[in-house]
Design a binder for this molecule. Structure first.
Ligand code: TEU
Length: 550
């Protein structure tokens, strides 16, 4: 039997930027509760909450200091239970963010671990003595600088693949793994419906921690061959599944798996193996980046189509996949792959349609459904994100780049583009807070906001509702076979989804100039973003036809 998520759509909430109920400028759980009507009306099936646990917030909650609680800035466990109850009452599910590759350095486990070389928790993290060059190896952190920090009192370095306040847990130690399964079961017992597992394919590392390759001009070596998709990844995931999900019904395990291939994804999401249910790969969201995310790269539509098609084909018979453009780490899709000026509505709806009509489980990031755009940053003071700020500082202080150049490098890709407050209405602070928002509201909230779209049938929001409804209703959207048409066409993104008796044809003009569409556009038009039809496909026009098969 097909799993329940084949017709589900997930909505990601970034709690600090979603809705503020108490006027402190930061979103909270009561704020989310107050917006459940909106989410139910949108039609989404699952809510994913980015981390709400107690945290020093060095990485906006992806640095957890207590896995069994709620950070006071978001509310209390009672607020959480109230939210979960109401989500379930409405027939929706809720999944939590599980961040267990690393903890905060303020988590009691790490406080204990760093207290002495003899601490019983010393081996819960990766401690190593200095090498002749200082750090134990040459790995760079994903958030710039070395991946190692010296802890002076005990004279050893600890590993942190992300910020220095995010020490990596040592999953080689079985006690660590047991502690993780216990906290997962604690939340599952509370009623949550699963987890989105942060950087889960980093948990198995080569314990020898060898130096990574360092190319000319690089400050650090690339350790990813030794810390990504490591030798025990499948074993650890299966063990996790056995200890948590196996005895429970209908739970969802979504793994964030940067750097996985289709072949790995087949193993990781094969339902017979008991590891993950679906994963996030990064191929399509790195298409516009050179070796590092801050260096832009020219790409073509055929390359983008090829990535989607290859993943569709690779997981057609085994496994399953997520479908996403946006999340809290990515710039806004309409600014990035669309045209957030003249063709804002057309391009936002086209990109949504193409994505949602692939095979997989679509993920919507808050604000994507109303076409929120990147932020017009002009100064470094407007940034908050540790990844952006660390890169800026390294650029200016270590590489000696001109600050304006460094600013222009971080602006298009910065994660803060996604993290500005949700735009609810055209009032002060976009209706997000009555206080001062922790991150500035995008100045376009007077025109781009949910209130302006709820009753407008020709809005981005209405279009997302139609796409979600179509997935709920139509078995072809859920399970139909995927075939890419005209793969080399530089502007047309066209594909079919077919079952035995019917198929959907999607044709999309990815660009601002009208094009001829050399595809048989007949059948019932079920969805489009233009009010009328013409012979050509106009700027950013998308059409979906239902065609009966003989
Ligand atoms: O992201 C992991 C990850 O791959 C990102 O850091 C990514 O490399 C970068 O943002 C894009 O260039 C997860 C979380 O989604 C992210 O918010 C956390 O900061 C990170 O893990 C550490 O927990």
């Amino acid at each position: 039997m097909a799993p329940w998520w084949i017709d589900a759509v997930v909505y990601q909430i970034y709690p600090r930027s979603f809705a503020d109920s108490d006027g402190d400028g930061t979103g909270d759980l009561r704020g989310i509760l107050s917006k459940l009507d909106y989410l139910q009306d949108l039609g989404v099936d699952v809510l994913w909450l980015s981390p709400i646990y107690p945290s020093p917030q060095a990485d906006n909650g992806y640095d957890i200091s207590d896995y069994r609680g709620i950070d006071p800035m978001f509310g209390t466990l009672e607020d959480f239970d109230a939210l979960l109850t109401d989500v379930h009452r409405r027939g929706m599910r809720l999944i939590m963010d599980l961040v267990v590759n690393h903890t905060s350095d303020e988590h009691p486990w790490f406080v204990d671990s760093r207290s002495s070389r003899d601490s019983p928790k010393r081996d819960w993290y990766w401690w190593r003595p200095a090498s002749a060059d200082g750090p134990p190896n040459n790995w760079g952190s994903i958030f710039s600088g070395s991946a190692w920090t010296l802890d002076e009192p005990t004279g050893e370095y600890f590993l942190h693949l992300f910020a220095r306040k995010q020490p990596d847990l040592n999953w080689e130690n079985p006690q660590v793994r047991e502690a993780v399964y216990a906290l997962m079961n604690w939340w599952l017992d509370r009623g949550v419906d699963g987890f989105r597992m942060d950087v889960i394919n980093l948990v198995s590392k080569d314990p020898h921690l060898p130096d990574g390759q360092k190319l000319p001009g690089d400050l650090y070596g690339d350790g990813s061959p030794y810390f990504r998709n490591g030798p025990r990844l499948h074993e650890f995931l299966h063990e996790m599944w056995e200890n948590t999900f196996a005895a429970r019904d209908e739970k969802l395990a979504v793994g964030e798996c940067h750097g996985t291939t289709v072949e790995m994804a087949r193993l990781l999401t094969d339902q017979d193996r008991g590891e993950l249910d679906m994963l996030f790969h990064f191929e399509h969201v790195e298409i516009d980046q050179a070796r590092i995310k801050w260096l832009p790269r020219e790409y073509t539509l055929p390359e983008l189509k090829e990535i989607f098609a290859r993943w569709q084909q690779g997981l057609a018979d085994v496994g399953w996949n997520t479908l996403y453009w946006d999340n809290h780490d990515q710039p806004r899709v309409v600014s990035r792959f669309g045209d957030d000026g003249a063709y804002w509505y057309e391009s936002a709806t086209l990109l949504a349609t193409v994505l949602h009509l692939h095979r997989g489980t679509p993920f919507i990031f808050q604000g994507e459904e109303i076409g929120m755009t990147n932020f017009p940053f002009t100064s470094i003071d407007q940034f908050h994100d540790v990844e952006s700020l660390n890169y800026y500082t390294q650029s200016v202080e270590v590489r000696g780049r001109d600050p304006q150049v460094a600013l222009s490098m971080i602006t298009p890709m910065s994660r803060d583009n996604a993290r500005t407050p949700m735009q609810w209405d055209d009032g002060p602070n976009a209706g997000f807070t009555k206080g001062t928002p922790w991150l500035a509201v995008n100045p376009n909230s007077d025109s781009i906001n949910a209130a302006a779209q709820v009753d407008d049938p020709r809005s981005v929001l209405a279009h997302y509702k139609r796409l979600i409804a179509l997935r709920h209703e139509d078995p072809v959207v859920q399970l139909g076979r995927f075939d890419l048409l005209l793969p080399d066409h530089p502007r047309l993104w066209a594909f079919t989804r077919s079952c035995e008796h019917s198929r959907l044809l999607v044709v999309a003009n990815v660009g601002g100039e009208a094009i001829d569409c050399d595809v048989d556009m007949t059948g019932e038009l079920v969805l489009t973003n233009y009010p009328d039809q013409a012979a050509q496909l106009r700027a950013w026009e998308v059409r979906v036809y239902r065609q009966e098969l003989p």
